[in-house]
Design a protein around this ligand. Structure first.
Ligand code: NI
Length: 158
């Protein structure tokens, strides 16, 4: 186990398309363990491998009940729409207004290579879309309507 450094949006790793995972070996297990530890430490909702400098299609998402490990994930179904505040551990201190589906279902492999599906609404759906975008080198700042102002953020906290 170990904490990994979280790269910020200035780093080229965050703007590249990640390659699929082919080997379900100890390196993948170590990456997933480290990403989960790093996510919990940073108090985030999701983390994608390129955010720790690894250009592979790996994501972890905290659903509130468990931390999902998504290897080679794809969106298989979306529905509805939500527009709200979104942040990213790689864009510290900022939040943007981003339109996302209100429901999303992903298909992914677990650390042993077994395929499964996971679904979620609202924050989880938003997180699935945000993290999968990372795997294609896309940050929310590229798809957002605009950044939220300090006043709007303060109003959110109140
Ligand atoms: Ni992010």
């Amino acid at each position: 186990m170990g904490l990994r450094r979280i790269f910020t949006d200035q780093d080229p790793a965050l703007h590249k398309v990640c390659r699929p995972v082919e080997k379900f070996d100890w390196r993948l297990r170590k990456l997933l363990d480290d990403m989960k530890e790093t996510l919990v430490d940073a108090e985030g909702v999701g983390l994608a491998a390129p955010q720790v400098g690894i250009l592979r299609r790996v994501v972890v998402v905290d659903t509130g009940e468990e931390i999902l490990e998504l290897v080679n994930p794809t969106l298989v179904e979306t529905a509805g729409e939500q527009c709200g505040a979104e942040g990213c551990l790689s864009v510290p201190g900022k939040y943007g207004l981003v339109k996302r589906p209100n429901y999303a279902k992903v298909r992914a492999q677990d650390r042993d290579g077994n395929w499964f599906e996971a679904e979620g609404e609202e924050l989880i759906a938003r997180c699935f879309c945000h993290e999968l975008d990372h795997l294609d080198g896309i940050l929310y700042t590229e798809v957002m309507e605009r950044f939220l102002t300090d006043e709007e953020l303060k109003a959110d906290e109140a």
